[in-house]
Design a protein around this ligand. Structure first.
Ligand code: ATP
Ligand code: MG
Length: 406
């Protein structure tokens, strides 16, 4: 359909009273950032929805544009947007609305089996009510397209929304990811492994409004540069959803080798994990993160029993969020595919946690047993050295980000 505006909807019912203006402002800013990164677009705030229009729009004139893949992706990357509709935005004069619906009848309804018109007025001043509009516009569409009206389950629904100065006509309703605008829920540090689960966990934390930075433990020199490249790619994919993302890469090989040589093999996975959490909480402090996020999932692998999760969490001074804790692997894989991280996650590489690990790891560890083993190590020194040797990479979305006036 010929488009000169996009209606982007958010679920107002989820917005807490008193916080509405704040959420809408964050949402508008992140939508603006996303769409201005893919073309000359700006975002206007209307009552109850946002409108994406061409950057040259002014004085009620809205240049046409195409909703291509890039723009579609930008809209879907904006958390908080529940759905969007490319529309024809016209002055709310009945003769002009007639002409616009005529065009939609030709472009979008012709060739279908059935249709209906669904009108609504957010401004009750308009002389025709919704029923009148449905009848009038429905008659034009039927006449022009030769398609039959069917009120129940029509193939095409043409919507007409009357606003205070304009009318919006649209056919498609495209679903977004919903959630809350990035930045509305504080900062978290994601433990990003390069596997399937942790990028999805990061995505879910972002969808709840968290600003995400990432921490990766790298077992160099025991792992290949490809292992790092993979994590960098995943971090870049996640960065596309927010303003910028920092990735901390922690050299972890020396700690792993030390533990392997001096601790019982059965406990290695848990000891690695406890060191990771200690280092991550330290780095979270530097990043200003209020919680850690992992891709842990109950019972999926031996280290993820309730006992072991407790023994790992015991060394964290921050809450550990586990968005995938109850998910089936199939569900995680499906989401990983749909957000595009799956193909990268399954590239073969050496995970630091698959290194030096025995075939039968402990499944019911006690924190005191682990603490006892750790007394044989200079934990503080190991953690401090790893933190000091950590590299920071920074990702900015490719988007240029120009403020645009509402
Ligand atoms: P994933 O698919 O995310 O690798 P997994 O199912 O393989 O998870 P584990 O290997 O037990 O499960 O890892 C559990 C979680 O611990 C990961 O989701 C991740 O959050 C964190 N983690 C594991 N290894 C690393 C690493 N090398 N760097 C950063 N975080 C890690
Ligand atoms: Mg893994």
């Amino acid at each position: 359909m010929t488009t000169n505006a996009i209606i982007a909807r958010y679920a107002e019912v989820f917005l807490k009273r008193g916080r509405r203006a704040y959420f809408v402002r964050l949402l508008r800013d992140s939508l603006r950032r996303q769409v201005s990164g893919v073309g000359p677009f700006k975002v206007q705030d209307h009552h109850g929805f946002l409108l994406v229009v061409h950057g040259d729009a002014k004085g009620g004139v809205f240049p046409e544009f195409e909703v291509d893949e890039g723009l579609d992706a930008a809209l879907k990357r904006t958390f908080g947007i529940v759905s969007y509709s490319p529309c024809q935005l016209v002055p709310r004069e009945i003769s002009i609305i007639d002409r616009a619906i005529h065009r939609i009848a030709v472009e979008d309804v012709k060739g279908a089996t059935t249709f209906k018109v669904d009108s609504s007025r957010s401004d009750k001043d308009f002389p025709l009510n919704s029923m009148d509009l449905n009848r009038r516009l429905g008659a034009i569409v039927a006449d022009v397209s030769g398609v039959r009206v069917r009120l129940k389950n029509p193939e095409v629904t043409v919507s007409c929304r009357i606003m205070s100065r304009f009318a919006a006509l649209y056919v498609d309703v495209v679903r977004g990811h919903g959630g809350l605008p990035v930045g509305s829920a504080g900062r978290v540090a994601l433990l990003l492994s390069g596997g399937i689960d942790s990028p999805v966990a990061g995505f879910l934390a972002m969808r709840r409004g968290c600003t995400v930075d990432a921490i990766h433990f790298e077992a160099a020199p025991y792992t290949t540069p490809q292992a790092r490249a993979k994590v960098v790619d995943l971090a870049r994919m996640l960065a596309a959803y927010e303003k910028n993302l920092r990735l901390k890469v922690v050299p972890f090989g020396a700690i792993q080798a030390d533990l392997r040589d001096n601790a019982p093999g059965k406990l290695l996975v848990l000891l690695y994990r406890r060191f990771m959490i200690r280092i991550a909480t330290r780095l979270a402090g530097e990043l200003g993160a209020l919680a850690l996020v992992t891709g842990e999932n109950l019972g999926q692998v031996a280290s993820q029993t309730l006992e072991n999760i407790a023994a790992i969490e015991a060394v964290s001074s921050l809450p550990v969020l586990r968005p995938l804790i109850t998910w089936d692997k199939m569900e995680t894989v499906a989401l990983a595919r749909s957000i595009g991280t799956y193909e990268t996650s399954i590239l073969p590489y050496d995970d630091c946690c698959s290194l030096f690990v025995p075939r039968h790891p402990e499944t019911a560890a006690q924190a005191d047993v682990l603490e006892n083993v750790e007394t044989g190590f200079d934990v503080e020194k190991m953690v401090t050295e790893a933190v000091a040797a950590t590299e920071t990479l920074e990702f900015w979305p490719t988007s240029k980000c120009e403020p645009s006036d509402p």
